[in-house]
Design a protein around this ligand. Structure first.
Ligand code: URA
Ligand code: CA
Length: 433
């Protein structure tokens, strides 16, 4: 097989065979095809697309390019959740304990990664003593005993995706629905879950700016799931502004505790109930989505979800007393309000721009080597649609330096105030299954 022929076929809009796709992924993973040829193929895919069969073959080939996690020793149906690019998205911290409280096993493998705030692991590490260095045996035992464990990414999962994603990043080919769908699904499938619930974000600041694109991506991923035998459901949710109020590591842990206590932000609570009820239903712990939702609400009201969080923290070496005494979490030295320069209604606060401001405070990593400050971040007071008076605080900056002028400038730039009333954005757009 000659790789140039594969490029030519896709350039001309023809369908690639299973063998050609497998050859591409295997040879590229093993460094036998140069980046310049793969760049050309990626650009051809960007313009010509891939059909359903090609996408499934590409996903399977990427899954098979590295290790696959075997979760078969865990009892019950394993459900995983994935969100595509949220900002201040505290859902994982809430959903783990909430869904596990209904005996759905959650075996979460998580990375640190780059971004506006740390990953789930960084956030959890703001709890004193909490660690994610578990052997495979410990991880499986904790999930069987407690229904919930989080482990740091180990092994060599989907190396093909790592190489391709890096190349896409520098060849302007990230934004292709077949490539995004196969990239995300390959990682979820290699991580071993039986069922997958996807939270596809849409709106200014999300990957998929329009609902139409978000729907296409969601449909592509749900179809991959069907084609590889992993039941998959996608929820399309709003990310035109950050979810909840908190953006930052310890701040989001605090927000997750509040939410599991029944005192969380309305949007975060609603999205967690929506995603959680899909997870509980897929795991066969309820006969309908409505029943699943009621069970989740009961778990919050009865305190079962909060108890699960405490047990989870303790089982991984953390101090569970933070749940009742969140003042034990790392706290930034300065709390600085951002005041409205004019009166009106909040019209926009673009999620990823608010996230960038949080990153400037030190909440996220700009490079792999950056050290993150778990205490800093932003807590919103107002959200889109809320009325503000001139001089009223819109949000609070949590910083370890008094000089936050550059951060304020970023925030004033993205927060627009309208003289006319503005409607709050719709949170849940669609559910695709
Ligand atoms: N996230 C991924 O993991 N892959 C993509 O291609 C895009 C977003
Ligand atoms: Ca949040």
């Amino acid at each position: 097989m000659r790789f140039v022929d594969i490029i030519e076929k896709k350039r001309d809009g023809l369908e690639l065979t299973t063998e050609e796709i497998r050859y591409f992924i295997k040879e590229y993973t093993e460094d036998r095809i140069p980046d310049y040829q793969v760049s050309a193929l990626l650009m051809a895919i960007y313009f010509q697309g891939l059909n359903e069969r090609e996408i499934a073959d590409l996903t399977k080939a990427m899954v098979e390019s590295g290790d696959q996690i075997d979760l078969s020793a865990i009892h019950g149906i394993k459900v995983d959740k994935h969100s595509t690019g949220g900002v201040g998205d505290t859902t994982t911290l809430v959903l783990g304990p909430l869904v596990a409280a209904l005996d759905v096993p959650i075996a979460k493998m998580s990375g640190r990664g780059l971004g506006h705030t740390g990953g789930t692991i960084d956030k959890l590490e703001s709890i004193a003593g909490f660690h994610v260095e578990l052997t495979n045996e410990e991880f499986i035992r904790l999930v069987n005993d407690n229904k919930l464990a989080v482990v740091g990414q180990s092994g060599n999962l989907t190396p093909a995706d790592k190489k391709l994603y890096a190349l896409r990043d520098v060849t302007a080919t990230v934004n292709s629905i077949p490539l995004i769908a196969s990239s995300i699904m390959s990682k979820k499938i290699a991580a071993g879950a039986d069922c997958i619930v996807l939270d596809v974000k849409t709106g200014a600041g999300a990957f998929m700016k329009s609902i139409e694109d978000a729907r296409k991506l969601a449909e592509a991923m749900v179809t991959i799931g069907k084609n590889v035998g992993r039941n998959t459901i996608a929820v399309i949710s709003d990310m035109s502004q950050p979810l909840g109020f908190a953006i930052g590591n310890a701040l989001e842990v605090q927000e997750a505790i509040d939410t599991l206590n029944g005192d969380g932000p309305e949007d975060l609570t609603e999205l967690c109930l929506t995603l959680g009820s899909q997870m509980v239903f897929l795991a066969n712990k309820a006969d309908s989505i409505e029943e699943a939702r009621e069970l989740l609400k009961d778990a919050i009201q009865s305190g079962k979800a909060l108890e699960k969080l405490k047990a989870f923290i303790a089982s991984q070496g953390g101090d569970p007393s933070v749940v009742d005494q969140p003042e034990k979490l790392p706290k930034a030295k300065y709390q600085i309000e951002l005041l409205a320069k004019e009166a009106g209604w909040i019209e926009s606060m673009v999620a990823d721009e608010i996230g960038t401001a949080a990153m400037h405070l030190g909440a996220g990593r700009e490079t792999k080597e950056s050290i993150i400050d778990l205490s800093v971040g932003i807590v919103l007071i107002k959200k889109i649609g809320d009325q503000v008076k001139q001089g009223e605080p819109i949000l609070v900056i949590h910083a370890n330096s008094e000089d936050v002028e550059d951060v304020k400038e970023l925030l004033y730039h993205t927060i627009k105030i309208s003289p006319q009333p503005v409607a709050a954005p719709k949170l849940i757009h669609e559910i695709i299954n």
